[in-house]
Ligand binder design. Structure first.
Ligand code: UD1
Ligand code: UDP
Length: 380
């Protein structure tokens, strides 16, 4: 009898990184794959499902405008307990570090169902940053019984917490996702098509993290504003996250500068093509820190730390923090000093080789005795 594997996710980044795995699982004869979305995000999730042609079997539809962490947790726990009772999966897969991830792993534990954590073992070791993601990762590390660590470094983080059983080094599925999206020319978004890119150096900007709400976000935006005004040949393109907190701050600080374009969130295809056309990426996002190095684009990280040190070590990502002066000066260096730019702008792929989904599916088959050998570990 086929083993029942249910993938549970709810936000845009989880969907982008789970989509290649869901497609891989659906090709495995010994696995009956299903998908439950919490819809912690609604529009931003649905866009990704459309790109990958995924139709969820269950949809909890929990999103509310301005939702709190407690709202999300309680609604996911409640919703999933019903779904698990009905579907009785053998394994529940969660991804990354969102509140959906934590609540779904807890719901699986309450239902006595094994949980597999995709993108396990990333750590900053600072419980307040990223907030609440670092704590979500640590708690899911305790709750899960299978841990799909993208890199050897991530597996070492788990080992330091005593988690050594059921750990597989697989690479990150984000690189698998890029293979679906990043190739090809042209944009779908009318807003992108209306922009004049000719002769301009594009800075792709994203900024949405909860630990940056308030003063840090204002400092970041002040730095972006100054950078754009100082460099008229630059075009800053910022697909603004749908959070009302982020939207309010972005429009307050960035409206009225002719070379800053605030646009609606992009499809994953447009986003990856926009990054591929960019000169620099400035971001507090996790996923962009993995995608931009693979595309050969220098990244300034708008946070004080990162749980993804591999590309920093490879020299393509720099931690810029949230101080206005530091961000302005690092951006100036990248824009004005060709040698600095060339040093950072080379493609590196410490996070994956496009085979992560295959390794995760193999590891699941191995754990359920559908295959004799564990998958080989990813090594860059
Ligand atoms: C969540 C994750 C964060 C991840 C981010 C990716 C948590 C605690 N945070 O943060 O780790 O980096 O997703 O984007 O899980 N909204 C919409 N439509 C959408 C999506 C969001 O209107 O499609 C608005 C809603 O008003 C919602 C708000 O954005 O209440 C915030 O969404 P939420 O999921 O709570 O937090 P994010 O900041 O998106
Ligand atoms: N992304 C997208 N459209 C956008 C902005 C981001 O498709 O307008 C993609 C991005 O390429 C990456 C993922 O969304 O794959 C990152 O999600 P986000 O920044 O929301 O969350 P994080 O990675 O910080 O958790």
């Amino acid at each position: 009898m086929a083993i029942k594997v249910m993938s549970v996710f709810g936000t845009r980044p989880e969907a982008i990184k789970m989509a290649p795995l869901v497609l891989e699982l659906s090709r495995r004869g010994g696995i009956e794959s299903s998908v439950c979305v919490t819809a912690q995000h609604r529009e931003m999730l649905d866009g990704v499902l459309g790109v990958f042609g995924i139709r969820p079997d269950y949809d909890l539809n929990i999103m509310k405008s301005g939702q709190t962490l407690a709202d999300i947790t309680s609604r996911v726990l409640e919703g999933l307990s019903g779904v698990f009772a009905q579907a009785r999966p053998d394994l529940v897969l969660v991804h990354g570090d969102t509140t959906t991830t934590f609540a779904a792993a807890l719901a699986a534990f309450y239902a006595k169902i094994n949980c597999g954590h995709v993108e396990a073992g990333l750590r900053t070791h600072d419980r307040w940053s990223p907030y609440p993601e670092e704590m979500n990762r640590q708690l899911v590390g305790r709750l899960a019984s299978m841990h799909f660590a993208p890199t050897a470094h991530n597996a070492e983080n788990l080992a330091r917490e005593g988690i050594t059983k059921g750990v597989f080094v697989t690479g990150n599925t984000v690189i698998d996702a890029l293979e679906y999206t990043a190739h090809g020319e042209g944009f779908e978004s009318p807003e992108l098509n209306a922009l004049d890119f000719s002769g301009r150096r594009v800075i792709t900007l994203t900024c949405h993290r909860r630990e940056n709400y308030g003063a840090p976000m204002e400092h970041i935006f002040a730095a972006v504003r100054r950078t754009a005004i100082e460099n008229p040949d630059v075009l800053v393109v910022y697909p603004v996250h749908m959070s009302p907190v982020v939207r309010g701050a972005a429009h307050k600080c960035l409206d009225g500068v002719q070379n800053i374009a605030l646009i609606e969130p992009l499809s994953a295809v447009d986003m990856h093509r926009l990054m591929a056309r960019s000169y620099i990426v400035m971001t507090d996002s996790g996923g962009l820190q993995e995608e931009a190095p693979a595309l050969g684009k220098p990244v300034l990280v708008l946070r004080g730390e990162t749980e993804r040190p591999e590309a920093v070590e490879a020299g393509t990502v720099e931690i810029a923090g949230t101080s206005e002066e530091k961000i302005v000066s690092l951006a100036r260096e990248l824009l004005c000093n060709r040698a600095v730019y060339e040093r950072m702008a080379h493609a590196v792929n410490p996070y994956g080789d496009g085979q992560a989904s295959r390794r995760i599916a193999d590891a699941i088959e191995y754990a359920f005795k559908l295959r004799g050998e564990a998958p080989e570990a990813f090594s860059p």
